[in-house]
Design a protein around this ligand. Sequence first.
Ligand code: SF4
Length: 594
Amino acid sequence: VYPGSSVLSFGTAGCNLGCKFCQNWDISKSREIERLSAQAMPDEIAEVAAQLGCQSVAFTYNDPIIWSEYAIETSKACHARGIKTVAVTAGYITEQARADFFEHIDAANIDLKAFTEEFYYRITLSHLQPVLETLKWLKQETDVWFEITNLVIPQANDNDSEFQQMCDWILKEVGPDVPLHFSAFHPDFRMRDRGGTPPETLVRAREIALAAGLKYVYTGNVNDVARQSTYCPHCQQTLIERNWYQLGKYALRGHRCGYCDTEIAGHFSDKPGDWGQKRLPVDIQAILKKNAASQSGNTEPQKGPSTMQTNQSPQIIELSSDQEQALLQQAAAVVAGTVTRSRPVDVPLGDLQDTTVSGAFVSLKRQKQLRSCCGSFGKPQPLGQALQQAAVRAAKDDPRFPPVSPSELAHLDLEVWLLSGLEAVPEQGADRVEAVIVGQHGLQIQADGRSGLLLPGVPLDHGWDAEEFLNQTCIKAGLPPTAWKDPGTTLMRFQGISCAARLAELVDLSTETQVKTILGQREFAQYLQYIQSTVDALLKGQVPSYYCDAVSDTNLQGVALLLSRTGTDEELILSKWALKQTFPMQSTVFSLCQ
Ligand code: SF4
């Protein structure tokens, strides 16, 4: 759609699917909507998009279907200004809601995540059929322009027969003109047990799709100009050359091939746009304030720090070994207290309590594997407060992992990071490699409304050099690996000091882990209610929560679920027993429900 034009993209928080590979998990699984979001009314978004010269507004990052009222109102405001709207969605929507939503959408990208119910059910906690129904309905009942993206995941949805079946279905039900994108996976969220998609797999999938009769098939998330460009399906000449978002040769005349006059499917302007690879973070409220100030004749720049302003960033502090021990003990006490729901022992931090830091992170590892890592960064704050918040969140709020359970505490290593010296990297393009010292600097990157941060210890853990560290920070942000070279990308570096110890050496776990092994009556009733609603949700194809917040997790040696159908003698008993070892209650019960 309108190649080369600029798009204002935005999203909210939450999602109706639960993809284990979610590459936007920090948004789609966010439990911190209030803290992380900015305010933007539909009219304001449209106004700013118009002011920035954007041809379209995209609803993306998380699935706009769950905030369809907001998307619909924004679409109306955009259409009133001649701006198109694009929905990036999994297409998992009921028949009743489809028309209301898509009536206001000009174009859509539908993620067809795989072509088996098994994959949808196990890996995305949703179902395939409603997505196929959405695709057929879009084709038959609407004039919404849509494209399909298939994220290809090794050992999950990457076999040739699945590609073949999917392409045959698309050809039959949706037609040969729908563009199909095979996109590369990289390990993220709860799917870190495998590597990224080999480019050859994408090439193979594309060949299968072309041989099946689809006309416009692309590879994505990889460097591959030849397979990201558009060719005339009749004379095979290159019509639009693409290198990621950068356009090269452009040989369309309106909607027709400039060589043989064949009509090309899609929406095109008379001339291609020249936005290229640029990404521009947009602060809607700041733009609106500036507009208001200039209308009232006050054109003074706004005072006060922006989120990335750093000239007041505290500098690195040195820690004595006593101070390190106090920090670790305090973090360990908060983690253990949060996990066991007991009052944490207060460890005095002395002078450190009010020392200002740019951020603090608490990381928990089990046998060197990351178990959770949370913290905050950017706004200077007292160390005691930053450490407390980071430890509480690491214990129960890392959206990539289930909350830590009491039985795990004895097996965890705890690491505390204190961050300071946040500064913008002045170098541009490839020179940025020289500005990063592995082992000393951590990195934060911001572009295209996305942001990613990696601590200074991460490249050391993985043996990365500075360039790989930059690439990986981009990947963490959900950006192309080379986005750090782009002029529109903001790159910040910071310094950090860390200390680590086994959690069991820092707190007395014999008392900390004395938790109830049997649920109290009230907790049991709440848990039963949760189990009933989980089974009910699964039967209806909804996405239940995998964890019941109302009860603490504990370890069991046996659990049985008995389901009976009302008014009949039918019963189903599912159970799990372990005579020697125990197993965690919450995850086991959830899989029995599944
Ligand atoms: S649909 Fe899946 S991948 Fe997309 S935001 Fe939701 S959970 Fe993440």
